[in-house]
Write a protein that binds this ligand. Structure first.
Ligand code: C5P
Length: 225
């Protein structure tokens, strides 16, 4: 039915930051609020999709009708995403930490008077978007990534779309003065294989609705396989 055009489709959305432990009481994190991803999960559910939202730590209430899986680390996020497959649509909005601390263990790092501060060794985290984009029987039919950039937003995001292997990238400008990271509004450029489209600044809910509309149109154009 037109009111629930994504009915029968499964969607996976990642959102929020990840927390990467340094020791049992300390962690590395970032400024992601999760708002854009929660808004997208909500919009897809309202359009009728069956939505799993894999979320890092946020203070947001779960969107109604969405299956919420809470995780802390990138490694946990990847496992939760894999458990949510197969799906038709994947939208990766999470600000996944690029690195985790090697050897983070069960013991709090002690502050020894006179001793030099500890050195943290970082190791790369899995790239969840690139992983979900890999060709194969489990690949979602549509994979959408985000590109939070501070410079040359369109060029960097276009290159990122190809590097990650996803279908669409939504680029946004996260320079501090835009107030986008952690804020209520976003100003995005949608990049597909065939072109770029700049959307004016609008609420994150409106960006989510716009994306949901685009997804509805994409699935209407390509009938079930
Ligand atoms: O490489 P970069 O972090 O700029 O890419 C951003 C996009 O990749 C976002 O869609 C983000 O959710 C996703 N990503 C991911 N796993 C990572 C890093 C980024 O899914 N480890």
């Amino acid at each position: 039915p037109a009111a629930r055009p994504l009915h029968g489709l499964r969607a996976l959305v990642t959102a929020g930051p990840t927390h990467e432990p340094i020791d049992p009481v300390r962690y590395l994190a970032n400024r992601s609020s999760g708002r854009q991803g929660y808004a997208i999960a909500n919009a897809l559910a309202r359009a009728g999709a069956t939505v799993t939202l894999v979320s890092g730590p946020t203070t947001l209430p779960p969107p109604p009708g969405v299956e919420l899986r809470r995780v802390e680390t990138a490694v946990q996020m990847l496992a939760a995403c894999e458990a949510a497959l197969p799906c038709d649509i994947a939208v990766c909005t999470a600000a996944v930490a690029d690195w985790r601390v090697a050897g983070a263990g069960a013991h709090k790092i002690k502050k020894t008077p006179g001793a030099p501060p500890p050195t943290l060794t970082l190791v790369p985290n899995p790239d969840i978007l690139a992983h979900l984009s890999q060709p194969g029987p489990m690949r979602p039919r549509l994979v959408v990534g985000f590109a939070a950039e501070t410079d040359d937003v369109r060029d960097n995001a276009t290159a990122k779309r190809q590097r990650k292997g996803c279908d669409w990238i939504i680029a946004n400008d996260v320079r501090a003065e835009t107030g986008i990271m952690g804020g209520d509004e976003n100003e995005v450029t949608l990049i597909t294989a065939t072109g770029c489209e700049h959307w004016p600044r609008m609420s994150k809910d409106a960006v989510a609705q716009g994306l949901a509309r685009r997804i509805v149109a994409a699935f209407a154009a390509i009938p079930d396989t």
